[in-house]
Ligand binder design. Structure first.
Ligand SMILES: [Zn+2]
Length: 430
């Protein structure tokens, strides 16, 4: 930002270039520190009480102002004027001048705030690192980030037809000793994100992953917002479904395909581990083909190359004496086939096949998987008809996890939340 060309600013003000301000004085201290005194260029200011302009300076106050580094570290001192209101009817006797660069009560210039925000949110740098680089405290930077998050759009202003709700853990499990009972309590810091699945915008983040936290966020929305939601994609979580029944009773619930496939993969892994225990009385090792190729087993069958298929075949022939791993693999593939269906008739046909496979396999792992599919069948039908999934939510969560890593583990959920919302807004802006 530059002042209009041809303005008659002195050299120091041109170099310092803080819009709306000029350099009043510059001091070299004996210890090598440098100090720059700046003040607003305005000759008068409007009273916030009555709007009448006043040029009667009542008092000049000096305050330290955090600003971007200019030719190395310089201490900036702002000479702020307090004007006297000249309007007799006005209750306000005096008022402090404000500018775009130094709003009311600001301790940092607007240009520094923008720089800090860009470093943390735009470049994903660690708060403590940004703070050290700009000679401000950690808390100052975090406060800038929090304030920016508060100014983000109100979710009620974003009409959402397709909502995604997804949970994620934002730090590892901790144990805390309850001082009253002296017993250890497990603490899992979970958060639930609300995403517009059409645009991928994160609308909100709340602590926890139970029905109460989802209910609280939904009940805070306007009735118009709630009525506009047509489909909600969720993980297969009974807690989420309960909250939706109460607060979005008219929205269709779609279950996320990704999570169902993950359950099928988990069932296959459990079978593989059980077979190893039963056959070899130990856990899988690199010498076991089924263990060495455990990732190959989880890959989608029809994306495998001829070589991949041949390897899979060899694994199942050499390291699956009871055919149980093969059966679990077939069930997993059948569920994938079901979820790929574009219409209900096709899905119902694939469901019959899945049920048949599971009956023949007669293993607790796949029987449990089928029970989940049956429990969530209505939501699977919604998924097949609408195609609404949490893929966008998942993408948001992936960048959330990245934020967590660059932040070296957030201890304060509010700070973490601010970063998530801002990063989502920044991504959308870009
Ligand atoms: Zn006034």
């Amino acid at each position: 930002m530059n002042e209009a060309t041809g303005s008659l600013r002195d050299a120091a003000s041109v170099l310092f270039n803080l819009p709306g301000h000029r350099v009043l004085d510059a001091v070299d201290h004996p210890d090598g520190a440098r100090e720059v005194l700046v003040g607003s260029t305005a000759t008068e200011a409007a009273c916030p009480g009555c709007g009448v302009l006043s040029s009667r300076v009542h008092q000049r106050v000096r305050q330290r102002l955090g600003d971007v580094p200019i030719a190395g570290a310089v201490d900036v001192v702002l000479v702020r004027r307090r004007f006297a209101c000249t309007e007799v009817e006005c209750d306000r006797r005096t008022f402090v001048e404000v500018t775009d660069e130094v709003p009311a009560r600001a301790r940092l210039s607007t240009r520094l705030r923008q720089l800090l925000l860009a470093a943390v949110v735009g470049s994903g740098r660690v708060v403590s690192e940004v703070a050290a680089g700009h000679r401000v405290s950690w808390w100052t930077v975090q406060a800038v980030v929090n304030a920016a998050a508060e100014r983000l759009v109100d979710p009620d202003d974003v009409p959402v037809r397709r909502l995604g709700i997804d949970e994620h853990r934002y730090r590892s499990v901790r144990f805390f000793r309850d001082p009253s009972t002296k017993s250890w309590r497990r603490y899992e810091p979970w958060m639930t994100t609300f995403v517009d699945t059409t645009t991928g915008q994160v609308l909100g983040v709340v602590d926890g992953r139970d029905s109460a936290c989802v209910a609280a966020w939904l009940s805070a929305r306007s009735s118009a917002w709630r009525e506009a939601v047509e489909v909600v994609a969720i993980d297969p979580s009974a807690a989420f479904r309960k909250a939706l029944r109460e607060h979005l009773p008219r929205a269709a619930v779609s279950v996320d395909a990704f999570h169902l496939v993950k359950l099928a993969n988990d069932a296959l892994t459990q079978v593989r581990q059980r077979v190893s225990r039963e056959q070899k009385q130990r856990r899988g090792r690199a010498v076991d083909p089924s263990w060495a190729n455990r990732r190959l087993l989880l890959r989608t069958g029809d994306t495998l190359s001829t070589r991949g298929l041949a390897r899979l075949d060899a694994v199942l022939r050499s390291d699956d004496p009871t055919d149980e791993i093969s059966a679990a693999w077939a069930v997993k593939e059948q569920l994938r086939r079901l979820l790929r269906c574009g219409d209900l008739a096709g899905a119902n046909h694939q469901r019959l096949l899945l049920t048949h496979y599971v009956d023949v396999a007669a293993m607790p792992e796949t029987t449990r998987l089928l029970a989940t599919v049956n429990t969530w069948w209505d939501a699977i039908e919604v998924l097949i008809v609408t195609g609404v999934t949490n893929a966008r939510t998942e993408a948001a969560n992936t960048s959330i996890k990245h934020l967590k890593r660059t932040g070296r583990g957030y201890r304060n959920p509010a700070h973490y939340r601010a970063r998530i919302l801002l990063a989502s807004a920044a991504r959308r802006a870009a």
